[in-house]
Design a protein around this ligand. Structure first.
Ligand SMILES: *Cc1c(COP(=O)(O)O)cnc(C)c1O
Length: 412
């Protein structure tokens, strides 16, 4: 009898199998672990990053620029690789700016959003020529004062808190009271004031939500976003040199999830932009994407340390866990815990033989990478793969918890 167990999320496309072992571009992950010297290990595949950007370029209108939201994965070699693929970068802290500068990315390709920017972060960004997406009137005033003090004309855009949100999104970033952006009704007055103050005016940034798999909702939100930006610029009587439409496209993590229809989204946005009047002829539109660009290009590998049974249930205890994979454990903004795509990497082609839970090495019941799912029988020494680990993994998990420390990372 093959026990079914709870379902696992869908393994993303592009991963291979060599001699029964999960492989990246023909190289078994056992070789990659040997090269890295230890587990746990995050592996990010450049071939999958390249493929994803190529799909986007093919589907999206040619005039749309692609930006990478660095917070999804700030691993320097990955960021350096993205520099050759995307048009711009969006950061959310001075620390991320330092990472970009460390790999030689031109700050003029960078915009900086996020609440709570400190004066020293504003100063570093303005001095470097980064575009600031102002999150409040107060922040805009501080930017003006810092620009004056430095003798540098700040490049400023306004982050708008739209009156709508992205339906079906995992994280709502707009609509109603929010700590992000400036309420749309107050934007024209500030835009006029900034342009009059002689800043290098960069237009609007409107980010309505993220992790939506509802293609119709993404299309609707993008259309509303374009309309809002044009309306605000017209109301303010200012030009719209640049318009950041946000992101929103999610990736399938859980059983039953299906990918967004990229072709439909691209076609709809193309029509929307083609229909714009002459006042938007020179507007540069962009989308900023994090997990959609990098999420499916990464896998997290940890090793089975122990195999035990309790009350008839099998536990595979690994050297990894929620300290590197908070989201996969179900503790990063999820309401109901569901299984990510998880597999026994060293028995990747084998049949399901038993129901098992895969847990981490932390002393907390929260530390669960797969709950009562069907797997081939695994033993200590086997490698476990958690897919969709390219975004919000290593940098978005509490690696210092219980003294465990960070995982290794590798770009191949
Ligand atoms: C988090 C964030 C993103 C990236 O979101 P993803 O879901 O990873 O695509 C983009 N822009 C802003 C302003 C963000 O806060």
């Amino acid at each position: 009898m093959k026990p079914a167990g709870k379902p696992l999320g869908p393994i993303p496309p592009g991963w291979g199998c060599v001699d029964g072992v999960l492989a990246v571009d023909g190289v078994p992950v056992t070789d990659l672990v040997a090269r890295a010297g230890d587990t746990p290990l995050f592996v990010y595949a450049t071939s999958l990053l390249d493929a994803r950007v190529a799909q986007l370029r093919a589907a999206m209108p040619a005039r749309l620029a692609l930006h990478y939201a660095v917070k999804a994965n700030p691993y320097s070699p990955l960021v350096a690789h993205m520099a050759g693929l995307v048009d711009g970068f969006d950061i959310a802290s001075g620390g991320e700016l330092a990472i970009l500068r460390g790999v030689g990315i031109d700050p003029r390709r960078v915009s900086f959003a996020g609440p709570g920017k400190r004066d020293r972060e504003l100063e570093a960004a303005i001095a470097a020529g980064v575009t600031l997406n102002c999150e409040s009137e107060g922040e805009a005033d501080r930017a003006l004062a810092i620009g004056q003090r430095l003798g540098v004309t700040p490049r400023l855009a306004i982050r708008v808190n739209p009156d709508f949100d992205l339906k079906g999104s995992g994280m709502k970033m707009g609509g109603g009271a929010k700590p992000f952006g400036i309420d749309a009704v107050r934007v024209p007055a500030l835009a006029r004031r900034l342009v009059a103050a002689g800043v290098d005016w960069r237009g609007f940034h409107i980010f309505a939500g993220s992790q939506s798999l509802d293609s119709a909702a993404v299309i609707e939100t993008q259309s509303q976003t374009v309309a809002l930006a044009l309306r605000l610029a017209a109301e303010a009587g200012v030009p719209l040199p640049h318009c950041n439409l946000g992101g929103g496209m999610g990736i399938p993590y859980f059983p039953g999830d299906t990918p967004v229809d990229l072709a439909a989204i691209g076609a709809a946005l193309g029509e929307r932009l083609d229909a714009l009047g002459p006042d938007a002829a020179d507007t540069q539109f962009c989308v900023e994407l994090g997990r959609y660009l990098v999420g499916e290009a990464g896998v997290y590998l940890c090793r089975v340390v122990d195999r035990k049974e309790s009350h008839g249930e099998v536990y595979l205890v690994t050297d990894g866990g929620l300290h590197h994979q908070l989201a996969a454990s179900g503790n990063f903004g999820t309401v109901v815990r569901r299984n990510y795509p998880v597999a026994i990497a060293t028995r990747f082609a084998a049949e399901v033989e038993e129901e098992a839970s895969i847990v981490g090495c932390l002393c907390t019941p929260l530390d669960r990478l797969a709950d009562k799912a069907g797997f081939p029988r695994a033993e200590p020494g086997d490698l476990v793969a958690v897919f969709c680990a390219g975004a919000y993994g290593a940098s978005a998990s509490p690696s210092a918890f219980l003294g465990q420390g960070p995982a290794l990372e590798m770009l191949v």
